[in-house]
Design a protein around this ligand. Sequence first.
Ligand SMILES: O=C(O)CCC(=O)C(=O)O
Ligand SMILES: [Fe+2]
Length: 371
Amino acid sequence: MAKGTSGSCWNRLYTDAAIIRSLASLDASTSRDAIARLDRAIIIAGAVGQGRLDLILSLIRRIQTEFLSSESLLTESRLSSAHCSLSPHLQTSSHDIPAIDPPSSFMTFVQSLRNRPFLLRKYATSWPAINEHPWSSTAYLRSVAGPARIVPVEVGADYRTDDWMQEFMDWDDFLSALEPTSHSTKVLYLAQHNLLMQFPDLNKDIVIPDYVYTCPPPPEDYPQYKPPGNDEQLVINGWLGPRGTISPAHTDPYYNFYVQIVGRKTVWLAPPSVNESMYAFVDGMDPNSTTKSNPASNATSPSMSNTSRVDVFTNPQEDDTTRSRFPEFWDYVVPEAMSATLEPGDMLFIPPGWWHAMRAEETSFSVSMWF
Ligand SMILES: O=C(O)CCC(=O)C(=O)O
Ligand SMILES: [Fe+2]
């Protein structure tokens, strides 16, 4: 779900303070802390300010070379570990997401295709992220970062539950926890994070599709659409986690090209016209309440007001309360909803305002491009 942006003067102050503090009394014993502080300036404050991101990245490299170059990064493992090859059938959707041939022109995309989701199967199979520099290789993912880097991680399978939290974690430890040999019992999800800004070598492994630069007008059913507010009007996020990580059904206000790089992921979609039957969270609401809510009205908690309380990955045969708790969902949403399981190389298009939920069928790495 799209996060808000916070005041840029504080972000600049945070960034500059992090740079100064990491250089003060820098030696071998403080080098890891210094790198973590610089990473937090990227992650929390977006490393704002003229030339600050490049400065921070080159400082991190210098500190790694000076103090941590002896640390081995060579541990190799493949992330993807197929558990089953069958695509799960969702009880909560009635249609397949249409798989089409690539639009014949940008005009076709902007004029007629931008209003509904579609799937371009195998669109990205020739990307370096799938071939020359496979993002399924933990040795490669370690090498683009170098030692002592930290990343933001969600702990817990689903952000609607009480035991869910976010924390910073060592990138190496996070990758180790994803490896098939790991004994980690926690569900860790690196979600909605601009990993390509933090590890810019990854940028050369993807090919941003030109559709994101076509400045499409608002779709017919979402007139309030505006592109992201950054200079490029484009936000790229990475999503990396083990089998079972779930993003519950929610809406974002942007167009989205979503590319599956490693593993398989099941996607569920429903149009903005079903908003009233999605049982979105409303500020102050008891999460177990079954009251229907309109996500556009009187919601004061922006972070959850566009998130549904319905578990769209439920199986009504196993959970017999779901039909009685959310009757309108079953009556009005399920007939409109569509789903698909994405394979590496598949690219999905989601228009703004569409409800979407994702579940990783195995260790999964995806990239979203909001525009
Ligand atoms: O991959 C996921 O878990 C969620 C992706 C998503 O919500 C998005 O791309 O907007
Ligand atoms: Fe989303």
